[in-house]
Design a protein around this ligand. Structure first.
Ligand code: ATP
Length: 140
C-alpha cells in the first residue's frame, strides 16, 4: 500500500468542494489518514512547488495557493498515487475528462490552469516529500 498527498486548493475549498472530493476518495476505496484545514504560508508553498521555481506561473501559483484556506489530506491504498491522479483528471480542467474531479467540477477561471481544484502527488518520492511538508508528524 502507499500514501499520497492531496490538496483541495483554495478555489475548491472556497467553492465548498472539499466534501465532494472526500466523497470520491472514499467511494474509490482509499482510506483517509490525515486531514487538515489551513491557510498555507508562502514558505511552505515554496517547498511544495520547488520543482516549478523559476517558471512563468510560479509566483502567481504561490500567491493563489496562499490566498485562503485549503484542505490537506493524506490518503492510503494500493496504487493510490496513480489512482488519485486518475480521479483528478488532466491539469487543464477544460480538457479534463468528464467523470474526473476537474472534468466534472472545473472550468477555465484563468489565469492559465491555476484554479484546478485539487493537487495530487505524482510519484512515490514526491508523495513522501509532500507528506513531510504538510504533515511533519507523519514523515518517515
Ligand atoms: P498538481 O501537481 O497540482 O496535481 P499537475 O501535476 O496536474 O498538478 P503541474 O504541471 O505539476 O500540474 O503544475 C502544478 C500546478 O501549477 C497545476 O496544478 C496548476 O495549478 C499550476 N499550473 C501549471 N501550469 C500552469 C500555467 N501554465 N499557468 C498557471 N498555473 C499553472
Amino acid at each position: 500500500t502507499e500514501r499520497s498527498l492531496v490538496l483541495v486548493k483554495p478555489d475548491g475549498f472556497a467553492r465548498g468542494l472539499t466534501g465532494e472530493v472526500l466523497r470520491r476518495i472514499e467511494a474509490k476505496g482509499y482510506t483517509l489518514v490525515a486531514l487538515s484545514v489551513l491557510t498555507a504560508d508562502p514558505e511552505r508553498l515554496a517547498r511544495h512547488y520547488a520543482e516549478h521555481e523559476g517558471k512563468s506561473f510560479y509566483d502567481g501559483l504561490v500567491e493563489f495557493m496562499s490566498s485562503g484556506p485549503l484542505t490537506a489530506i493524506v490518503i492510503e491504498g494500493d496504487r493510490s498515487i496513480e489512482g488519485f491522479r486518475s480521479l483528478a483528471g488532466a491539469t487543464d480542467p477544460t480538457k479534463a475528462a468528464p467523470g474526473t474531479i476537474r472534468g466534472d467540477l472545473g472550468r477555465d477561471w484563468g489565469p492559465g490552469v491555476q484554479k484546478n481544484i485539487v493537487h495530487g502527488s505524482d510519484s512515490l518520492d514526491s508523495a513522501q516529500r509532500e507528506i513531510g511538508i504538510w504533515f511533519p508528524d507523519l514523515a518517515g
